[in-house]
Design a protein around this ligand. Structure first.
Ligand code: AMP
Length: 120
C-alpha cells in the first residue's frame, strides 16, 4: 500500500503553527489538542508529529520512538482528562472509516456514558 501524505491538511498546519489549537499535551513525537467540534465533554485528538496519514501507516512506518511517544501522549491525555470511568479511542481511516483529515489522529472521547459503538 502506498501512503501519500498531503502536507496541506489542517493538522499539518496546526503542527507548523499556521493555525491555532487548544493544546492539552505535547511531547517530542506527539501533540494532543481539543477537537473543535466536540462529541462529548472530553474530546481530544492525539496526533503524531511525523507525516503519517492513518493508523495503519503509522503502525507500519513510524519508528519505535515515535510509536512510544505517541502512546505516552495518549496516557497523559487520559491522566489529564475526566475519563476515570472510561472513554472511547477511535481512529477513523480512509473512505469506509469516514476519515476527514488525512493526518493520523486518535480521538479520545469520554466524560459521559457513550453507549454502544455499534447496534447489536
Ligand atoms: P476524522 O473524521 O476522524 O478525520 O475527524 C477529524 C476531526 O478533526 C473532527 O472531529 C473535527 O471536528 C476535528 N477538527 C477539524 N479541524 C479542527 C481544528 N482546526 N482544530 C481541532 N479539531 C479540528
Amino acid at each position: 500500500m502506498d501512503y501519500i501524505y498531503d502536507d496541506q491538511n489542517i493538522f499539518a498546519k496546526i503542527l507548523r503553527g499556521e493555525i491555532p489549537n487548544t493544546t492539552v499535551y505535547e511531547n517530542e513525537h506527539a501533540l494532543a489538542f481539543k477537537d473543535i467540534n466536540p462529541a462529548a465533554p472530553v474530546h481530544v485528538l492525539v496526533i503524531p508529529k511525523g507525516a503519517y496519514v492513518s493508523l495503519d501507516h503509522f503502525a507500519r512506518d513510524a519508528s519505535p520512538a515515535e510509536q512510544v511517544g505517541f502512546l505516552q501522549a495518549v496516557a497523559e491525555v487520559c491522566r489529564l482528562s475526566d475519563v476515570e470511568e472510561g472513554f472511547r479511542a477511535i481512529s477513523n481511516t480512509r473512505t469506509h472509516g469516514v476519515q476527514d483529515v488525512p493526518h493520523y489522529h486518535m480521538h479520545i472521547i469520554g466524560g459521559k456514558q457513550l453507549g454502544r459503538m455499534m447496534p447489536h
